[in-house]
Each structure stands twice: as C-alpha cells, then as structure tokens.
Design a protein around this ligand. Structure first.
Ligand code: PAF
Length: 296
C-alpha cells in the first residue's frame, strides 16, 4: 500500500499509475474528498478510472509516504501528521525547489528521507481528474543515511511509471532540476508566457545571466556543471515543453503562492552564506515576490 499525501497533478499521476499495475493506494488530502473515482487520461488518450480511498489523516501503518505537495506545503503537512508518522516510516519528497528535506529532517530526525525529482507532467482538470501531459525521467535518492537501503522503492515506482531510477547522488539531480526551474519558471511567470516563448533572443540572454549567477552557487557547493551543456539541457526542456505553462506561471495566473522561496530564495540564501552576488536571480526573485504581494 502507498500513502500519497497531496491529490494534485503529480500525486494523482502516481496514484493512477500505481493502481494501474495493481498496487493499493490511499490518498491523504487536505480537505475531506467526496470524490471516490480517480479519472486519468494518459498520453495515448486512453481514459482510465480507478476507485480510490482517501482521508484527511494518515492510516495507522508503516507504508511509505509519498509526499507530492508543493514545497511551500511540505513542512506544514509533515507538522500536521507528525504524531501519526512512525520513526521507521520512509518519507519520499517529490516537488520542485530545494530546502524542504532539511525542514522535514528537523521534525523527523530518525526517519529515512528520500528526495525525488520527476520530469513526468500532468494537469489537474478537476478534483481527482488528471490528464498526463508529459513523460520523463524520475530519480529517487537518499537524503540521509537512514534512507540508503531503500533502493527497492524506486523499483516499485518504476513499475508504475517507467524511467524511474535510484540515484545515490540525488543532490546533483535536484540541483539540475533547480537550475532548470530557475531558468524557466520566474520568466514564464513574470511575462505570463508559455515555456516555448523563452527561445526568443531577449529571454535567452536573461537565462544565460541567471544560469551564470546560479552556477557560482553550485560551484561553491561543489556541485559540478558545465555551463554550455546545462544551457543546452535547459533549451531541450523548453522545446519539449514548449506548449506548457510552467507551474510558477500557473501559480501567478491563479494568484497562488509560488515556489519562489524554494527556487530563487534557496539560491539567495546560499549566496548570502558564501557572500556571492547573484543580481540576475535576485531581480527575478523580487519580481515574483512583488507579484505575490498584490494578491487580495
Ligand atoms: O515547474 C515546471 O513547470 C516544470 O518543472 C518545468 C520543467 C519548468 C516545465 O514547465
């Protein structure tokens, strides 16, 4: 049995694909959910329906917890369920941005904590109703020594969505996703454009500046990247997701708090620690903060 915290686009995508291969899934939602059927339209345009159980509290068992809420919600949901989480229970964190695993470790010092990053994409059309919009690689890896022996979990998840791998050096994969997010998300959110628009020369120039800034921090953290290879990877992601609106674009559009603190904010905290100036990142971070401050 898998307990998935968060019935958003990614939580439902894993729930649907785990059910598809016969695994039991239980969804933990913020508010009581009256919907009992999970509707899933896959990339081949096949519509699937699964009966799904849900509750607002955790089940009383030791099954791994797959946490698929946004970075802004991770600490809050762990605090909410703290007394129900057993010390040996594995926690898998899957979201954009960085900095949450440290927060979870402070609350749950004995639990195996796994960090995950996925390039699978889906759209929440209505509660428990999703459309898969992209297929991509997923990496899981240990955040703390207690999680080092949990590679079997990646095998189980790989049966549900293939191209899922265990990766001992998950930090590098998380940084890669962070760098992709810092290049794509703020610009698409500020200018309210789809990812493909970032191929325009004026945005390419800004992406280069932002990546140059960010790589100074990666260097200080001893996370190696080759600038041109990274820019090529970012442009490949932009091309592959050209029609999509980034998660931060949608958050600003729907006036929701974005993952800015865990993307640009994370880089700025590191920058102040190392006394490095990253003006291009800082400017995007401030613009997003300003947009969020205008919400009613
Ligand atoms: O946050 C997102 O939307 C995605 O991580 C990405 C890769 C930027 C594609 O839109």
């Amino acid at each position: 049995m898998w307990q998935i915290i968060g019935a958003g686009a990614i939580g439902c995508l894993w729930a649907a694909n785990l059910q598809r291969i016969g695994q039991q899934v239980h969804l933990i939602t913020r508010k009581p959910c009256s919907e009992r059927t999970l509707h899933y339209l896959d990339l081949e345009n096949s519509q699937h329906q699964f009966n799904v159980s849900s509750s607002t509290g955790l089940l009383n068992d030791l099954d791994p917890l797959l946490v698929c809420v946004k970075a802004t919600q991770v600490k809050k949901v762990i605090q909410k369920h703290l007394i129900s989480i057993k010390p040996q229970q594995v926690i898998i964190l899957m979201h954009n941005g960085m900095g949450c695993a440290e927060q979870v470790q402070a609350l749950l010092p004995d639990n195996p904590i796994i960090c995950a990053t996925t390039a699978n994409a889906s759209l929440l059309l209505a509660p428990l109703n999703i459309k898969q919009t992209g297929r991509g690689v997923t990496y899981l890896g240990p955040f703390n020594p207690a999680a080092c022996l949990q590679h079997k979990l990646a095998e189980s998840l790989n049966s549900a969505l293939d191209d899922t791998h265990w990766c001992e050096n998950i930090n590098h994969k998380l940084w890669l996703k962070l760098l992709i997010n810092i290049a794509i998300n703020p610009l698409t959110a500020i200018y309210q454009i789809n990812n493909g628009q970032l191929l325009q020369a004026k945005f390419q120039k800004q992406i280069k500046e932002v990546i140059r800034d960010s790589l100074q921090i990666a260097d200080a953290e001893k996370i190696p990247f080759v600038e041109q290879e990274l820019l090529n990877t970012i442009n490949r992601v932009i091309q592959q997701t050209a029609q999509n609106y980034s998660s931060m674009n949608r958050d600003i559009f729907y006036q929701r708090i974005t993952e800015n603190e865990y993307i640009g904010g994370f880089l700025l905290k590191k920058a102040s620690l190392y006394k490095i100036k990253i003006p291009a990142v800082e400017s995007l971070y401030k613009k997003i903060k300003q947009l969020e401050s205008h919400y009613a």
